[in-house]
Unconditional design. Structure first.
Length: 132
């Protein structure tokens, strides 16, 4: 039986209404695909604490979670991911890629120009459809 991993992902929007996109490094599982940054939820950790901790560890900046964006379960070949996307805003620092190959800011209408990790696709589609 495949293991289910609970993961939070940050949808970070800047003042220009651009969304932060992170390219998975060649060493990561699901390499060279784009995703929203984040990581595993620790046992007994709430979602907002998890996303705040993960972004501090991964991007060396501080975010404030504002709202739940979506919650999906996706089955990969070797595991199942429960991916919970949370909208956040940066309250301190500038994102620095420590685990990812690259970070870019994109307008919603351009998000489809990237090759996204399959579990992130529903969040991307929902963002593109949103009225801002």
């Amino acid at each position: 039986m495949k293991k289910t991993v609970k993961v939070v992902a940050a949808i970070i929007e800047n003042k220009q209404k651009e969304i932060l996109c992170a390219l998975r490094s060649p060493e990561m599982a699901i390499p060279n695909m784009w995703e929203f940054p984040g990581g595993k939820v620790e046992p007994d950790e709430d979602l907002y604490s998890a996303i705040t901790r993960e972004i501090k560890e991964e991007l060396h900046c501080q975010v404030e979670p504002t709202e739940l964006h979506n919650d999906i379960t996706h089955e990969y070949e070797s595991f199942i991911i429960n991916l919970i996307s949370i909208k956040c805003r940066i309250i301190q620092g500038t994102p620095i890629p420590t685990e990812h190959s690259k970070l870019i800011w994109l307008k919603r209408e351009n998000l489809n120009s990237l090759v996204w990790a399959p579990a992130d696709v529903p969040a991307v589609e929902k963002l593109i459809k949103e009225k801002v």
